[in-house]
Design a protein around this ligand. Structure first.
Ligand code: HAM
Length: 428
């Protein structure tokens, strides 16, 4: 096959209708669930000032930015995530708004990533955020929305798991283990990558980059695998701040259990999130088989609004991408986007009936039906073939003999049943 002259950029997708139908099917579920939980949809510009991301989102995402200087000499970036835009938008207008603010959005985002399974250079991301609520109830609500968005698509607890942790708890634990306050964020960066890194390499990084003694580094790696809250309670019973955070985490998990979502939730200290702005409970949702990258990630970020120049306002939310999710739905055979349906196909037997066909089509479209007909003269056989190809539910035959008697023939394409009907019924 000849190569087309212009190839698509690596990491980007075209969306032919059947491919777009898959994305729209996911969007439908996301919108349905957002609305069910009382969230309102918002949007923002695809371009933002580069400054909005630098330092606030963290080094990893800044390295992945598509950025350039515009004709007004501004340093610009294509949005790699929505959260800084949300913080910027609300910093300017939240005062007049009732709290908490419940907003959701479905932006297309751009990251210059190394292309790999489940990671592209553009993706659509469902963003759901609650702003202006400090209580753990907001954290619970946000994770429930994420899980229900996936459940709406047919995924169940045997397919997905939400791994939850708390950055505040982990910070306290690291300090007790002997990590210096100034090195905590470096340790987080290393923990965030530890599952995709060899143990020796993580150890080396902890010692070199986070300046830990081997003994402390070993303890840090070991504690990451502790998955029992009770064991942590005993281990750190002398620390009030750790006990307090464990209490909060316990309420969080018990509230999700009360919502009937307990089977989806797993406590896991290895989850710290790659973005720099998280300040409290964090979570990531994965496929149970563990074959894919994260489907969703989020958590509490109580200082971001202040960082972008607004009033301090607590916030919690998540982002869920369409790429990994689409892959999981395909693997689980849950990917069934509906193809566009054609209600009625008009078969024009003789060209002298075309004017009548145009009038019927117009009338029936005004009635809300999807109507098609051939745009140029063709044999009846060919027209029927097209009707069947486009999946028309019914075919209306405009044949001279029947029309002379004021009749048309309606054929049900599923049953093959044909019946004569009065022409007036289709023009009025
Ligand atoms: P994130 O973890 O960077 O979080 O992205 C969230 C999800 O978006 C990921 O779990 C993944 O499904 C999807 N995703 C991210 N990058 C790509 C990519 N290159 N290709 C395909 N899918 C991707 C955030 O963006 C936060 N702003 C989420 C958030 C909202 N936190 C609070 N509110």
């Amino acid at each position: 096959m000849a190569k087309s002259k212009f190839e698509r950029l690596p990491g980007f997708r075209d969306f032919a209708p059947e491919e777009l139908a898959g994305v729209l099917h996911i969007f439908d579920s996301w919108r349905t669930v957002s609305t069910r939980y009382g969230f309102s949809e918002y949007g923002g510009p695809p371009l933002e000032l580069l400054e909005l991301y630098v330092e606030k989102s963290g080094e990893e995402i800044v390295q992945q930015l598509y950025n350039f200087q515009d004709k007004g000499q501004r340093k610009i970036a294509l949005r790699p995530e929505m959260t800084p835009s949300l913080a910027r938008i609300l910093a300017g207008r939240h005062r007049a708004m009732a709290k908490p603010i419940r907003w959701f959005s479905l932006p297309q985002l751009f990251r210059y990533e190394r292309q790999q399974r489940g990671r592209l250079r553009e993706h659509f991301q469902w963003n759901v955020d609650i702003v202006g609520e400090q209580g753990v109830g907001a954290d619970v609500e946000v994770l429930a929305v994420a899980l229900d968005g996936l459940r709406e698509l047919g995924l169940r607890e045997n397919h997905i798991v939400a791994r939850v942790s708390d950055r505040k708890l982990m910070t306290e634990i690291l300090l007790v283990l002997g990590v210096k306050p100034g090195n905590v964020s470096t340790v987080f960066t290393i923990i965030d990558k530890m599952e995709r890194t060899k143990v020796n390499r993580s150890m080396d990084r902890l010692c070199a980059e986070a300046e830990l003694d081997t003994e402390v580094a070993e303890k840090v790696l070991e504690i990451c695998y502790e998955d029992q809250i009770e064991v942590l309670r005993q281990k750190f019973e002398g620390s009030i701040s750790i006990t307090e955070r464990l209490d909060v985490l316990q309420i969080y998990i018990e509230s999700l259990e009360a919502k009937g979502l307990g089977a989806y939730v797993q406590f896991d200290l290895k989850i710290v999130r790659g973005l720099a702005y998280y300040t409290g409970i964090v979570f990531e949702i994965f496929d149970r088989a563990g074959d894919l990258r994260a489907i969703c990630g989020g958590g509490r970020y109580d200082r971001l609004l202040e960082l972008v120049g607004g009033d301090p306002l607590p916030a919690v939310g998540f982002g869920m991408g369409d790429v990994v999710l689409g892959e999981l739905l395909r693997i689980r055979k849950l990917f069934k986007p509906e193809s566009a349906k054609v209600d009625l196909f008009l078969v024009i037997v003789g060209e002298e009936q075309r004017t009548l066909a145009l009038s019927i089509a117009h009338n029936q479209r005004e009635n809300g039906l999807t109507v098609l007909y051939g745009l140029h003269p063709e044999t009846v056989g060919k027209q029927l073939e097209v009707a069947s190809k486009v999946g028309a539910c019914q075919v209306l035959m405009l044949a001279p003999d029947e029309l002379e008697r004021g009749l048309v023939v309606l054929k049900d394409m599923k049953t093959g049943e044909q019946r004569e009907m009065r022409l007036e019924e289709f023009i009025t």
